[in-house]
Design a protein around this ligand. Sequence first.
Ligand code: EPU
Length: 353
Amino acid sequence: MLVEKNVPLQACNSFHIVAKAHGLVRVRSESDVLAVLKDAELAAQPKFVLGGGSNIVLTGDVKPLVLKVEVMGRRLVEETPKAFIVEAGAGENWHDFVAWTLQNGYPGLENLALIPGTVGGTPVQNVGAYGIELQDRFESLDAIDLQTGRAFTLDAAQCAFGYRDSVFKHATSLGLKDRALITRVRFNLPRPWKPVLGYADLERKMADTGVSQPSAQQIFDWICDIRRAKLPDPAVIGNAGSFFKNPTVTQHQCDDIIAREPKIVHYQLADGSVKLAAGWLIDACGWKGKSVGQAGVYEKQALILVNRGGMADAGGVAGIGATGGEVMTLAKAIQTSVYERFGILLEPEPVVV
Ligand code: EPU
């Protein structure tokens, strides 16, 4: 096992923030984790599990030992009349895995195409897009307890999925934040396949193309088009996707806001509460295109904060770009203005390191 020292992390986080890991170990299998835990000095160090780095804000060099998950592999585990069960190593690129499932005839993840990051990160924040959340297609996952070295498997109920939330985001006594390293994830892709087309952007694609019964591959292609038109490609402009969660309010609170702001974008939820579009709230406060230092609000989608520098130039030299501090200063200013105008405190989605 090799502990790499002072490893640059700019290419390991989708915001492309410049920071270093004091120490980094690449985890390619369970045995790499066990080797770390058997080393008395390393075992005693706090640890930070790094997947695709697509949902983090680095606010400085990372002092805990970074365990960079590079467990690979994709396979069909089981085929029953009701579902295909497929598995991927936590280090697999998510989008490539989704494309692989379709190429091999296992549809069901197409609405989640082009989400940045690795497979292991998807249960942590229960990724969701265009009418499907990870929990709708989740079977189980394997992980290792970083305190005891014990391998364990969790089903969906044990993961305690919520909107952009899971047991892996909580540090309470029952939570697994900084405690579990996910090694493999299994997905349940129901048969017969049924398309999920309820989202307005997809309905528009059907109307525009005249295709009323799209294949899974067609939906995958549409989702890629929709995302490319709306969201910045992290390979070109550093970002971590939606920076805030869409807040939920009671019907009473919503009625009160609508009375003042009739145009507010909101969605009725099954439990009677109402979800508000955080992007609309931020946009309404005039943030689109604004910046703090090199951290900015994306011009086409106010919910996305971007790094206006930091990408490699033609000569391959990366600039410094936004610091994590600038990103968080901008995020706090946005929270304050949305709170002052709407009385709603936006909750950041990425993990601040
Ligand atoms: N809106 C504005 N101005 C803006 C941005 C949005 O008025 O600057 C309005 C839009 O016009 C729309 C509404 O807000 O009426 C919602 O926008 P959109 O449909 O783009 O979705 P979102 O709520 O911004 C969520 C997820 C995305 C996911 C899309 C599609 C969250 C926090 N974000 O975005 O997930 O791709 O729906 O399902 O739930 C991510 O988590 O990183 C992410 C990109």
